[in-house]
Design a protein around this ligand. Structure first.
Ligand SMILES: Cc1ncc(C[n+]2csc(CCOP(=O)(O)OP(=O)(O)O)c2C)c(N)n1
Length: 379
């Protein structure tokens, strides 16, 4: 049943305050568990302005982890991902891309902040919303676009498409159409690193909806029990398809999920790439040094529909507009860097050309042969 939760109000709500009711007044869904009952999680950084709902418990480092030059480079990558996904949407609507596509517009800071903190040899497992993670992990726009067009030149040689792409050479174990499917893979990969005494970390991306899937609990439970080098990155975009978090989870602070496993949790503003980066660095160091896995909770927002073409009848135009205006990670970083129009246009032109070229590359790619369809299928 569709409902309308005002995200802006949720963001402004102080910790412990009564939750915002949706239009149907689902009072039986209000949170009663968890608030204040557990050890506080560590909160990295502080959000600017009045939107912060979180009380910083322990501030780790102040701003300044990254130089302006580095931040500009992060900005370029986030904008590349944004322009890439906008182009994907355009070409999908034009009927050129097969399958079913999900974009992660609004969540770019999580992909870039986490992947930039990785070291060579670290691996990731992604979700059905995988393009940003894939680009940030090093797959080129050409290879990714070719994959979406189903071409042999694609990162998975056209066998994967948007929801099943992978790039083993770049340490990307793949997207996953099964919600929560990447989590046990990451526990398994991290167990292998531990067995082989390799200083590598396996990282899982997953959404808030996935925290209610059985594999989430199994994977995190074993990961903590065995103290494997894993980082579990929650991209908390507040929606699972059309279901708001208040209707799929009885607690309001999902970082508390980690408490059930005795796992260290770090919470960051997922719209602030530097904060994500800093939190990810800490999480990775913790995991790599043998102290066990970390739950990295990134508070973010999906600025577009669940899938391309989603009419979004479940959330109000005001909410969408509010978040676009106040919580877009790219605008946030642009303001922070004080990029003027000509600076911005220069970066935009550069990334737009890369994206345009990737479409040309993909269109000129090679179609797989029908007789090869069952190649690599194990029975
Ligand atoms: C095991 C499983 N159950 C249900 C679905 C259908 N489904 C696809 S995406 C989705 C929502 C997932 O929400 P979340 O994990 O928060 O990720 P988000 O879409 O917000 O990125 C659901 C329920 C699925 N693909 N796999």
């Amino acid at each position: 049943m569709p409902s309308r939760i005002c995200r802006a109000e949720q963001l402004r709500r102080p910790v412990g305050a009564a939750p915002v009711r949706d239009a149907q007044n689902h009072s039986h869904l209000d949170p009663v568990v968890g608030q204040g009952a557990f050890q506080p999680v560590e909160i990295v950084g502080e959000r600017q302005g009045s939107q912060r709902t979180l009380t910083p418990v322990a501030k780790v480092e102040q701003r300044g982890t990254l130089s302006n030059e580095e931040l500009r480079d992060f900005f370029r990558e986030m904008l590349l991902i944004r322009r890439f996904e906008e182009k994907v949407e355009e070409r999908f609507r034009a009927g050129e891309l097969p399958g079913f596509l999900h974009v992660a517009i609004g969540q770019e800071a999580v992909a870039v902040g986490v992947c930039r903190a990785l070291e060579d040899g670290d691996v990731i497992a992604s979700t059905h919303r995988a393009h940003g993670h894939t680009l940030a992990k090093g797959t080129t726009p050409n290879e990714l676009m070719a994959e979406l067009y189903g071409k042999l030149e694609g990162c998975s040689h056209g066998y994967g498409g948007s929801m099943h792409l992978y790039d083993v050479e770049r340490g990307n174990m793949g997207a996953n159409a099964v919600v929560g499917g990447g989590l046990p893979q990451v526990t398994g990969a991290a167990l292998a690193f531990q067995f082989r005494k390799e200083p590598r970390v396996a990282v899982a991306f997953f959404g808030d909806g996935a925290t209610n899937i059985g594999t989430f609990h199994e994977a995190l439970n074993l990961a903590q029990l065995w103290k494997v080098p894993a980082v579990f990155v929650l991209e908390d975009n507040k929606w699972a398809e059309s279901t708001p978090e208040s209707q799929h989870t009885p607690i309001r602070d999902l970082s508390k999920r980690a408490e059930a496993f005795g796992m260290t949790a770090i919470k960051v503003d997922g719209q602030d790439v530097e904060e994500v980066y800093r939190g990810a660095k800490k999480a990775l160091e913790h995991a790599r040094s043998g102290r066990g896995p970390v739950f990295l909770h990134c508070d973010t927002y999906r600025l577009v529909g669940h899938y391309i073409g989603d009419p979004q009848v479940y959330r109000s135009k005001e909410e969408q507009q509010d978040v676009r205006e106040h919580h877009d990670p790219i605008t946030h970083l642009r303001d922070r860097l004080e990029l003027d129009d000509s600076d911005f246009d220069e970066i935009d032109r550069e990334v737009t050309e890369i994206v345009e070229a990737s479409v040309e590359f993909a269109k000129n790619g090679t179609d797989p042969k029908p007789e090869d369809a069952l190649k690599n299928v194990y029975a």
